[in-house]
Write a protein that binds this ligand. Structure first.
Ligand code: ISL
Length: 574
């Protein structure tokens, strides 16, 4: 089996609206991205994933595409996009676009034609269905709240939308629609794109009779997820997409896939997988309590470690998961996957170490490398995200007070991760010379890339060293191809694992506890990297065959080669 070209790559997600604004209109743009390519190269980024930049009315920040073949003018032009392809290539990097094809925008010409002729061919690009008993065809709640069915004006029909009503679902059961999508995907790949992050893709499978489900909320509706979960057949659609588009271009693809059924992972990743990789969201699911986002859960170390290790164990030996701390839909990892005492720069470095060296394709989200933090807004009016507003309304409907509803938004809002990137401590944080489209996190005067670049001990400089180690000539293969084995996995505060490849092995260990820890090591170990900038006590302990970690300290150790073959349990096939 030959190694895929993307096996040792590291991906950095850009949220274009909030990354860098070159023309001063307060909204990030492609010229801004172009101006930061050297920063990304210095960080060690291989692939740049851009959240959607297609023409869009931005009801859901570009995840509502009005024209798949056009760059939205807010971001720039197709010439600038081509320049981005050329400039990344020149630096040995690649560009990954977001592929949003569960739905499009209601402004897309297909939907406009469908509305104009609701029994014509374009109506079958969507799900147009007659109502039932004077109401919608079924009782589904859309992910962003309210009925998932919206009346088609002037008819007794409704159209289906899993997300906002301005995001009508596309009918993958129609071969003509699939042809349109394959043509579009190939058009982008022919341009020289490295690949795609494939949005919300599990939702393309439906039960075409759209059965009702028992209500699961005070609105009398049932989550549309119930219908998707019981639907089947996605593999056929995705297999066609792979065979017609991705495979001929040898593209890198990452699926945004939630809640796979038992045994399904095998079909999604690996040598003949439907995608190159899919995100491992299991740790993120822990943040939702029994009532989903309405009951956010505090960080529990053992449960989190268990979820991460379970993902590593479940991944087939010929496949890789996308390991991820944060993205544009999630609160910041530095405020989520750390105990209260560790929610600081030392914790951010420790969490980065624990995550980036796992087996998998590491994904970083803009600002993660600065330890950027959640930005609780002072009022609901300061939030831009439609999901946050829908949650606020739903919480009020549930009987929560406005203050309680706001607190829920502050804890869970997607806008926590969407505040502008903090480039320097000057006006507009170096993000814009104008008025930023969303307020800046007030910590930008001290937490910013320029300040961190000159501080040897900063989160940014540490991430640079960490990524350099992951990709180094000496240790790169251990991280990109090596096996994974948990270590001390019942310890109350240690997060530790071994990676091994071709007779070489490293131990990654991090102390999430508030007290120092000491563990005897079975094999001599040499320090490759540690996160606090004070390596002396650890080095002294290693000389005595001990691992000693202060609170919030993470370390990467090379294990003595002669001991490795017997000592390290090899993962099947690795
Ligand atoms: O964001 C979520 C939870 O806060 C998820 O339920 C999210 O809606 C789901 O992961 C799908 O997300 C993707 O598709 C959405 C878009 O709003 C998200 O930004 C995108 O990542 C609809 O296109």
């Amino acid at each position: 089996m030959s190694k895929p070209w993307w096996q040792d790559k590291l991906v950095y997600q850009i949220y274009p609206k909030s990354f860098c604004d070159a023309n001063g209109d307060g909204v990030g743009d492609l010229a801004g991205v172009l101006s930061k390519l050297d920063y990304l190269k210095q960080l060690g980024v291989d692939l740049v994933w851009l959240s959607p930049i297609y023409r869009s009315p931005f009801v859901d920040q570009g995840y509502d595409v009005a024209d798949y073949y056009a760059i939205d003018p807010a971001f720039g032009s197709m010439e600038q996009f081509d320049q981005l392809l050329a400039e990344t290539r020149r630096r040995g990097m690649g560009v990954v676009m977001d592929l949003v094809v569960n739905h499009c925008s209601d402004q897309h010409v297909w939907f406009q034609k469908a509305l104009a002729d609701p029994t014509g061919p374009y109506a079958d690009y969507f799900y147009f269905r007659p109502g039932k008993e004077g109401g919608p065809p079924s009782n589904y709640r859309a992910y962003f709240g309210g009925s998932a069915w919206e009346p088609v004006p002037g008819t007794d029909l409704y159209y289906l939308h899993s997300f906002a009503k301005q995001q009508p679902d596309l009918n993958w059961y129609n071969p003509a629609l699939r042809e349109e999508i394959f043509r579009m995907v190939n058009w982008w790949l022919d341009k020289g794109l490295a690949g795609f992050r494939v949005d919300a893709i599990i939702n393309i499978q439906k039960q075409l009779d759209f059965p009702d489900y028992p209500a699961d909320g005070p609105d009398g509706l049932a989550s549309i997820w119930r219908m998707v979960q019981d639907a089947e057949g996605i593999e056929a659609f995705l297999g066609e997409l792979r065979d017609r588009c991705f495979a001929p271009h040898d593209a890198f693809t990452v699926g945004e896939v939630f809640n796979l059924k038992d045994g399904q992972l095998r079909q999604f990743v690996g040598e003949h997988g439907l995608f190159s990789t899919i995100f491992d969201f299991a740790p993120h699911m822990l943040a939702s309590g029994p009532n989903g986002w309405q009951t956010p859960e505090e960080f529990k170390f053992a449960a989190w470690r268990g979820a991460v290790f379970a993902g590593q164990a479940a991944c087939p030996a010929d496949g890789l998961l996308g390991t991820i701390i944060e993205n544009h839909d999630e609160p910041r990892g530095s405020c989520r996957f750390l105990p209260a005492h560790a929610q600081n720069d030392a914790g951010a470095k420790m969490l980065g170490t624990a995550s980036l060296l796992l087996r998998g394709i590491p994904f970083l989200y803009q600002g993660q490398e600065l330890g950027m933090r959640n930005c609780p807004m002072a009022s609901i009016g300061e939030y831009d995200d439609l999901e946050t507003h829908a949650r606020y309304d739903a919480a009020l409907l549930e009987g929560k007070t406005p203050a309680e509803a706001l607190a829920l938004c502050q804890a869970t809002s997607r806008d926590n991760a969407r505040t502008p990137m903090q480039w320097n401590g000057g006006p507009g944080a170096g993000f814009t010379t104008g008025r930023p489209w969303m307020r800046l996190n007030p910590d930008y005067p001290t937490r910013n890339a320029a300040a961190q670049q000159t501080d040897e001990n900063s989160v940014l400089r540490y991430y640079q060293r960490l990524i350099a180690l992951r990709k180094s000539g000496e240790w790169g293969e251990v991280f990109s191809e090596g096996s994974f084995a948990p270590v001390w996995d019942t310890h109350p505060s240690l997060f530790a694992y071994r990676r091994a490849f071709a007779g070489r092995a490293v131990l990654v260990a991090a102390n999430f506890g508030a007290q120092p820890v000491e563990q005897p090591l079975e094999t001599p170990a040499r320090l490759l990297l540690e996160s606090t900038g004070s390596p002396a006590p650890l080095a002294a302990a290693l000389a005595k065959g001990q691992l000693a970690l202060a609170p919030c300290q993470a370390a990467v150790l090379a294990l003595a080669p002669e001991k490795i073959p017997e000592e390290v349990p090899e993962q099947a096939g690795a």
